[in-house]
Write a new protein. Structure first.
Length: 95
């Protein structure tokens, strides 16, 4: 199994835009067959080091993660993320 974790910083995003991003990411659930599990959370921590949003997803293999990365529905979400001038950090690992 592969865990894919992405943290997003959305420096100029409103709460409504953060919620819209969460909804767009969650809309992938059930639409991309290689996506085993997906969850998204909006941060509530006031710490300076905190990011605004976290994505946690699971795949059966690295190949499935790569398939997800280039899937047209995922790429639509990526375009929306870029429109928000998001900064992201990622961690992918096998477990």
């Amino acid at each position: 199994m592969v865990k894919h974790i992405v943290f997003f910083q959305l420096p100029n995003a409103s709460d409504a835009q953060k919620e819209a991003l969460k909804e767009r990411i969650m809309s992938l659930k059930g639409k991309i067959d290689v996506l085993v599990h997906i969850e998204v959370g909006i941060n509530f921590s006031p710490e300076e080091r905190a990011f605004d949003l976290a994505l946690v997803s699971d795949f059966k293999s690295k190949e499935d993660l790569y398939t997800y990365a280039i899937h047209p529905l995922h790429l639509e979400v990526v375009a929306f993320i870029k429109s928000l001038n998001a900064v992201s950090k990622v961690v992918d690992y096998e477990y």
